[in-house]
Design a protein around this ligand. Structure first.
Ligand SMILES: *Cc1c(COP(=O)(O)O)cnc(C)c1O
Length: 826
């Protein structure tokens, strides 16, 4: 029998998996973004809140006592108590970090002009890097220190300057900020170096004159990433300040974090300016007089703490204790730590063994450890995939493929530009150049001049198993490698057994790589006979966004926003968010058509009676409802609801409750976000442009390239997947990418760029079924740029007439690059 984990037995694991049954077929590998909450946790929180009365702890002693009780539970979790540390509740890691630097006294007590330094590791989370702005305002010296210099100073320096590590009032105060674990790749920085830092091992990095006197060092530990799968033992190591967010450990509640302050270092947080409700002993509203509270957390918790979330926290500790057996060191977090580490190590080892047919490695790691020591590595693997010819596969492309397989990973730079930059080997100038070339944090521009702008991060939680590792490997294999990989045989190693050997070598031996040459499909017959002239072959509109196409037989009118009635209706969920085919592939089974004679929109769906809606609606009937669209285009659109009858019809057709049908209101026109030559162009509910033009020669060419024997298709079906509006027929493939304008019949269009196809093309428009092709082939052929089809905006008729009818079989005349001429003429 397969094993789920090398640490947690199968029965326990099955119990855990039951708690996450809502994942269904999804494979969640983004634990570093947030852990997931088990079902039983919410059940017990609900029960508690439903049975008890909790009210504002400023007035309710019972609630206040419960909260204080939870403070000691937290301290206990970190193996310490209130004599050593204080718990300050915050909204999360970021607020905790800010609180420390805002309150930190960099100057010495005796000489206010002697300011200390704010020293930070470059590979910190953005929330730490941003602290330098606060520190600079307080006249601290701002010093960044590289990954290598930091480790060198911690591990190798023996030049310890401060003999006396006791803080002295005559010295200035330095604050060092670093992560216990990198959120970029899971590298664990040493925690056991507080004493060394206090003893001055980083003194050579701060300006000499500032450390002529001894300086006091304080350690600000960003434990957000570390704590999600590791135990922090504060009985053995005592950083001065520790920041954390609880959702990263338990998945719930959000908006709650803590700052742990070592009591003996609390005095240095003397510069807190703001005071909110509950933090002062006395305040005069008409005179600048206040005395802050004595108890540390009372002084720092401005306003009312998130008391119901804190109550929920108690159940978080209980839930993991109940679910996860204490196999290692009789501790739940240590067990989670080993369980997740061994999953990540397994993935790392397998990825390391993936080769292309030409013998080149397919995976480039962005790691700082090789999974030989759990003290140095957490449960995260960060990498990118490289093709046979050593070009990179962009992360956005990888993400699209992963989504197709229902695998959730994180891609990009994960809010850690320092680590990202170091691993991508980019200079500051190159980073700025990438920005200048259009790449911003969090966007989809994953490659610039063939260079990766980010990475793929896979991270594990206690609810993950080896099945998840296998699914990811299988997906990478199917999409990017296409050689056959044997499933590794994992021996049932429990922790005790494993410790003897420490590292499991057998795993590697079981990876045998067999090549499987896929047979090339017989070339697809040319179906269409065509002239050398380019003609408009087909017009399609999509009256209901994300539903099936309505193909036009002879001609159609060009409106202000594209073709008339194209994407004029949309289906929204009960939360007002637009439903798309990406979430619900059945949408393509709804077949709308427009009957201009009867003036109605008809909706058809197999197995259901059809339903009709009038095309013309009196303005009186339109009650404006505002709703938001999908995330891709986050703008708010004004529309009106089409009534209960059709709402029920679409809910039945898609088998989703509470759907509504909304029509874009003509007075609430949607304008494309990006300004275009100072002018805004009008768009319907289509995502990016007014028209999408597809060259059928390019589709034929693509069809020839697809090697997958499981992907049976005819040209028409393949064309349909691209959901274009204007299909043209010509001899040459791919040439349309160089066009700058197109004249069709007497209508002139401007090219607005290429369509970056997402995984929508992998949905068979006849059946709603998801396939890997043709995305895999597109990604292979275009070296990471998923571009297929061109976007058009309507300019007007060539002869200036008001005729807006576009006819099928019109001749098509492309214009290549006349941009410069027309611009200079203006
Ligand atoms: C997640 C994370 C943060 C930020 O946490 P928030 O909950 O967003 O405030 C900071 N540092 C690291 C290392 C993290 O992983």
């Amino acid at each position: 029998m397969d094993i789920f984990s090398k640490v947690i037995g199968n029965n326990h694991m099955l119990n855990i998996l039951k708690e996450f049954a809502r994942l269904e077929n999804r494979c969640y590998l983004e634990n570093a973004g947030t852990s997931l909450y088990p079902k039983c946790l919410l059940e017990s929180v609900n029960k508690d809140l439903l049975c008890n009365v909790y009210s504002n702890p400023h007035s309710d002693k019972y609630t206040k006592d419960c909260i204080d009780q939870i403070r000691s539970t937290i301290l206990n979790f970190f193996n310490t108590d209130s004599s050593m540390y204080s718990v300050i509740f915050t909204s999360g890691t970021t607020q905790s970090l800010k609180l420390v630097v805002e309150s930190f006294q960099f100057a010495s007590d005796e000489n206010k002009d002697v300011n200390g330094s704010f020293v930070y590791l470059q590979d910190n989370h953005t929330s730490v890097i941003g602290l330098r702005e606060i520190a600079a305002e307080k006249n601290a010296d701002i010093i960044h220190i590289s990954h290598n210099d930091f480790l060198e100073a911690i591990y190798n320096s023996n030049s310890i300057i401060n003999k006396n590590t006791k803080a002295s009032k005559s010295n200035s105060n330095n604050l060092l900020a670093y992560p216990a674990q990198s959120n970029f790749n899971g590298y664990k920085y040493p925690i056991s170096c507080t004493e060394k830092i206090k003893a001055g091992c980083l003194n050579s990095h701060v300006k000499k004159h500032l450390c002529t006197l001894n300086c006091n060092w304080y350690v600000l530990l960003d434990a957000a990433s570390f704590l999600s799968t590791n135990k922090l033992d504060l009985s053995s190591e005592q950083p001065d300040f520790i920041c954390l967010s609880f959702y990263k450990i338990f998945g719930f509640p959000t908006g709650l974090g803590a700052l742990l302050v070592k009591n003996s270092s609390a005095h240095v947080l003397s510069q807190k300016k703001y005071f909110g409700g509950g933090t002062v002993d006395i305040v005069l509203s008409s005179e600048n007089y206040n005395v802050k509270r004595e108890i540390i957390y009372e002084r720092f918790e401005d306003g009312t703490v998130s008391f119901l979330s804190i109550i929920a926290l108690k159940h978080c500790f209980d839930a993991v204790n109940k679910l996860v057996p204490k196999i290692i060191s009789n501790n739940v977090m240590d067990t989670i730590s080993w369980h997740t580490y061994l999953l990540a190590k397994d993935l790392y080892d397998q990825l390391d063994q993936i080769y292309h047919r030409n013998g080149f490695k397919a995976v480039k790691f962005y790691m700082d450890s090789d999974f030989t020591d759990i003290e140095k590595q957490g449960a995260i693997v960060t990498f990118s995939i490289v093709r046979q010819d050593e070009t990179h596969i962009g992360y956005a492309e990888f993400q699209h493929m992963a989504e197709l397989f229902n695998i959730i990973v994180r891609t990009g730079c994960f809010c850690n530009s320092g680590a990202c930059q170091r691993h991508l080997n980019a200079t500051n100038k190159e980073m700025k150049d990438m920005y200048a070339a259009g790449h911003k944090c969090g966007d989809e521009i994953d490659l610039i001049n063939g260079r990766a702008t980010g990475a793929i991060r896979v991270s594990f939680g206690y609810y993950n198993t080896f099945h998840d590792v296998d699914r990811l490997i299988e997906m990478i294999n199917q999409c990017f490698i296409k050689t056959k990989i044997m499933k590794p045989i994992r021996l049932k190693h429990y922790y005790e057994k494993m410790q003897e050997k420490k590292y499991i070598k057998e795993n590697h031996k079981n990876l045998i790589h067999k090549e499987q040459i896929l047979k090339k499909n017989d070339a697809v017959d040319d179906i269409c006979s065509f002239d050398s002239d380019i003609t408009l072959r087909e017009i399609a509109i999509f009256p209901v966004k994300s539903c099936a196409a309505f193909k036009i037989k002879s001609s159609w009118t060009i409106g202000d926003k594209g073709f008339e009635y194209d994407r004029e209706w949309m289906i929204v969920k009960d939360n007002g968010v637009c439903l798309t085919q990406k979430q619900n592939t059945r949408m393509c089974l709804i077949r709308p058509s427009i009957d201009l004679k009867q003036r109605q929109l008809l909706l058809n769906c197999k197995g259901m009676p059809s339903i009709s809606l009038p095309l013309d609606v009196s303005t009186v009937k339109k009650a404006n409802t505002s709703f938001c669209q999908s995330k891709v285009c986050a703008d708010i659109i004004l529309g009106y609801d089409c009534g209960d009858e059709v709402a029920d019809w679409v809910s039945n057709a898609l088998e989703v409750s509470f759907l509504r049908m909304v029509r874009q209101s003509s007075d609430g026109l949607r304008v494309h976000k990006k300004k275009h030559n100072g002018k805004n162009k009008l768009l319907s509910l289509g995502n990016q442009a007014q028209f999408l033009l597809i060259n059928q020669a390019t589709i034929r060419w693509l069809s020839d390239k697809i090697e997958d024997p499981n992907f049976s298709h005819n040209l028409e079906d393949l064309t349909d997947r691209f959901r274009g509006n204007i299909m043209i027929e010509m001899d040459e493939e791919l040439v349309e990418r160089d066009w700058s304008k197109v004249i069709i019949g007497k209508h002139k269009f401007k090219v607005d760029g290429q369509c970056s196809r997402c995984q929508m093309v992998c949905i068979d428009q006849n059946t709603g079924e998801k396939t890997i092709e043709p995305l895999r082939t597109i990604s292979e052929e275009f070296a990471g740029k998923l571009r297929f089809g061109i976007y058009l905006t309507y300019i007007g008729t060539v002869d200036g007439s008001k005729d807006r009818l576009l006819n099928i079989n019109s001749p098509v005349r492309p214009i290549i690059n006349d941009d410069n001429i027309s611009r200079s003429m203006k």
